[in-house]
Design a protein around this ligand. Sequence first.
Ligand code: EPZ
Length: 429
Amino acid sequence: MERIVIRGQRRLVGRVPISGAKNAALTLLPCALLTDQPLTLTNLPRLADVDTFGHLVNGLGVDTTVTGARADRPGGGRAMTLTADRIASTVAPYDMVRRMRASILVLGPLLAREGEATVSLPGGCAIGNRPIDLHLKALEALGATIELAAGYVKATAPRGGLVGGQIAFPVVSVGATENALMAASLARGETVIDNAAREPEIVDLCRCLQAMGAEIDGVGTERLHIQGRSALSAAEHRVMPDRIEAGSYACAAGITGGDLLLEGAAAHDMRAILAGLTQAGLRVTEEADGIRVAADGPLRPLTLSTAPFPAFPTDMQAQFMAMLALADGTSVLTETIFENRYMHVPELARMGADIQVRGRTAVVRGVSGLAGAPVMATDLRASMSLVLAGLAAAGETQVLRVYHLDRGYERLEEKLSAVGADIARDGEG
Ligand code: EPZ
């Protein structure tokens, strides 16, 4: 089995190029379904999930052409031109969707463009139940008829296409907001989305849709107004930098007592993360070409709750937990978004961390050091927390099930080795 092997206790110093954002790319790729004109995405990260999404849209009839830019510097990701001049299929099969829940983001665009879509239900996930009821309710508010059968969602638009409507989300959902936004951009008339998600990836999606000719007001706020258009047109859009990747490397600086420049990271998308780092005792400075994060004495404990943007992101909870396992005192973390996002706790405990979980709350008592051990990755961010712990631990750590990491971290070992880590991958995939 492929694994990552880390020999820890090396102070990381240097520059880490931040890639394009996975969670922006996964909602920008389906935008190509909304037009018969070419959509070019630049700064696209080289990730397993992006490749899977490429295959998914190819199966729907989207032609994709990749041009590789220099990957070894920020903004150096790939450029992909996607052209859906004709939709060949409106079915997203179980085999694709089970590999990547984000496949559900083809539902809105297909329905808006073709008037029908059949998408496999995503099924279970390690971090939580993750239903899609809000996606379906949003599309029903635009006039769609939804049927569930044999593990699939079958959605049909009224004759003449989707119609603008009022959508008010009872809870904030990133994915449901994205599906509703994409569908509403081709619906007849105006749509208003209340309690919309405000994540930077949603803003990036709005920018791309606007470049394609969509009319959207209230970008970045919880109330979005979308004036539907009969057609969208060609555009080029640069994928925003990955704030979660940047935050993860910032924790690498913290946990190794290091000093890293996160090249191309955007501070305005990371305020809650940067505030957490500063409270934990790190020195954070915004520089012309990125954000510098440096250790500045012992790590301090924190009390943190995850919540929708602009609050502290759930996708940074595991990485902060690993860092706070070495803080000088007791931290309290509360996970409010997903009901099962502490799968990394027993693995960190194998490395000597002292963490007690009660319901949604984890109490992290700082220890003086961690010890290397073989550990099992369970999901994307949990696996990054194990890599971080391995960077600080005495001896050797082996992280198994590396495929979780490849879904969301581009060239992880390369980027960490370049700043002094002793990290390598071995074994068969
Ligand atoms: C997105 O997932 C991200 N994924 C997740 O990142 C991230 O953790 C999450 O937003 C929250 O920020 C992508 O962008 C591809 P939600 P999404 O809909 O859209 C409930 C990572 O590590 N809910 O905002 O699936 C849901 O169960 C991944 O990169 C419903 O009840 O998240 C959860 O408790 C992991 N019904 C809450 O809302 C619905 O129809 C927030 O989920 C939809 C969601």
